[in-house]
Design a protein around this ligand. Structure first.
Ligand SMILES: [Zn+2]
Length: 222
């Protein structure tokens, strides 16, 4: 991705992708214009991870301590997050445009991340469900990358293509899974892109109506 890195305080409205891996992809906004990367540092990644509610708070505290103790290791760990994120974006969007060529570099990168994650993972069985699990104790500052890479593989194998969309909102480009009953969700969020579009349509209609009226009205000085 070529774009700007900008500080951003993550809010629940930033998590509309329907899957944590897609929400990671959506930590870049305005992909349809000039992309803006909201992950401006490792602490921001931790802030985002906490907001998702999918990570143990104690693990995130451990990561924060590690990052403060070894910032020179935290920076490359964040670079790896960005690399995984961009590879996933390229791969998912190529899957959505089914006639697009498979992005070989992105596939190689996702594979590389997944292999690193699996190398640090343990196979555990909870109930009747075997799971690959990673932790801070084995992955260190790469813990989030490893967890996200494992989840990305699960998502990619079962990605509901007919329900996965790219928001057409101006300066958006977010990806989301439409889990609505009717399957007609168009926007990442009605509160943001949906309302902005309605506002533009309303403005354009008013302008057209005004200009039509203008053509039929005699000039004021006659
Ligand atoms: Zn949008």
């Amino acid at each position: 991705m070529t774009g700007t890195i900008r500080a951003h305080t993550f809010k629940p409205r930033d998590l509309v992708g329907g899957h944590i891996v897609i929400d990671l992809v959506n930590t870049v906004t305005a992909r349809d214009a000039e992309p803006i990367d909201w992950l401006d540092g490792y602490p921001r990644l931790l802030e985002w991870a906490a907001l998702t509610g999918q990570f143990d708070a104690a693990a995130l505290t451990d990561l924060q301590r590690l990052a403060e103790a070894e910032p020179c290791r935290a920076a490359p760990a964040l670079d790896r997050t960005r690399e995984l994120r961009e590879a996933l974006h390229d791969l998912i969007t190529a899957l959505l445009h089914q006639d697009a060529p498979t992005p070989a570099t992105a596939v190689d990168q996702v594979e590389d991340h997944w292999k690193h994650a699996v190398a640090r993972a343990r196979l555990t069985v909870r109930g009747n469900t075997p799971q690959l699990r990673v932790g801070v104790e084995t992955s260190g500052l790469e813990y989030l990358n490893h967890e996200l890479a494992l989840q990305a593989f699960d998502l990619l194998r079962a990605l509901p293509l007919e329900r996965t969309r790219i928001c057409p909102g101006l300066r958006c480009g977010w990806v989301f899974i439409d889990s609505s009953r009717a399957g007609r969700r168009r926007w990442c969020s009605m509160a943001t892109c949906g309302n902005a579009s309605k506002g533009r349509t309303h403005y354009q209609r008013n302008r057209q109506a005004t200009s039509r009226q203008g053509r039929h009205q005699p000039p004021d000085d006659q």
